[in-house]
Design a protein around this ligand. Sequence first.
Ligand SMILES: Nc1ncnc2c1ncn2[C@@H]1O[C@H](COP(=O)(O)OP(=O)(O)OP(=O)(O)O)[C@@H](O)[C@H]1O
Ligand SMILES: [Mg+2]
Length: 264
Amino acid sequence: MTRVLAVANQKGGVAKTTTVASLGAAMVEAGKRVLLVDLDPQGCLTFSLGHDPDKLPVSIHEVLLGEVEPATAVVSTSEGMALLPANIDLAGAEAMLLMRAGREYALKRALAKLADDYDVVIVDCPPSLGVLTLNGLTAADSVIVPLQCETLAHRGVGQFLRTINDVQQITNADLELLGALPTLYDSRTTHSRDVLLDVADRYDLPVLAPPIPRTVRFAEATASGASVLASRKNKGAGAYRELAAALLRHWKNGKPMPTFTPEI
Ligand SMILES: Nc1ncnc2c1ncn2[C@@H]1O[C@H](COP(=O)(O)OP(=O)(O)OP(=O)(O)O)[C@@H](O)[C@H]1O
Ligand SMILES: [Mg+2]
């Protein structure tokens, strides 16, 4: 059975794309057949995995509009994940989908045609709550919200949770909100911890473990065209491996996701 995970937060720069690439690489290491989906017209996931968004013959844009078979748009990456790539064309797909019936289901329909080929699909949502993110959430079994541990991280969380609730009411009753994933976490200061305590206190939202530490390796990885897991021995990669293992256990035998309790 294929599991579809959406990584979403309308706030920009919270490590959605980094999380998608790193979890994907970790799941390949764990022996899974993984498809990553770039739903962001900026094409950052596509670029960070070594493909030039401006040189794609076809992309997810044509797939969502039903113009090509999904499999024809899939490309491979050096770390073994398959990728449905995106480029700026996707900005136009958003407007074109708005005029169509069942517009929230375009990705779900496409993935149904690919399901037999993959164990896990991970969707990188754009930093907005528009029709593309609704497609990601409608196609997903589970969703994770990366949360950067900085002041005002909670802003927008309420609106995000209302969107999840709408999706559960209208297009995807089975969507499971796994929780917030603390990213860019600095364990040496109390600030990251205070931000998490504040969010956990305000919203009924589990905080997942382990938090992803802030390390310069991530910027290096993006520039190199491979995920952070390709550079051995760094604590960011270790955290993503641990999270990937927890997700696979959760899907396999319903084990609850580990949660993070900041020490006071
Ligand atoms: N754990 C980390 N430590 C240090 N830098 C990180 C970490 N995770 C991500 N970054 C960096 O933070 C920046 C934003 O990350 P990323 O692109 O993954 O965020 P995003 O949520 O996908 O952004 P957008 O909303 O624009 O799509 C990138 O430069 C990335 O390299
Ligand atoms: Mg991104």
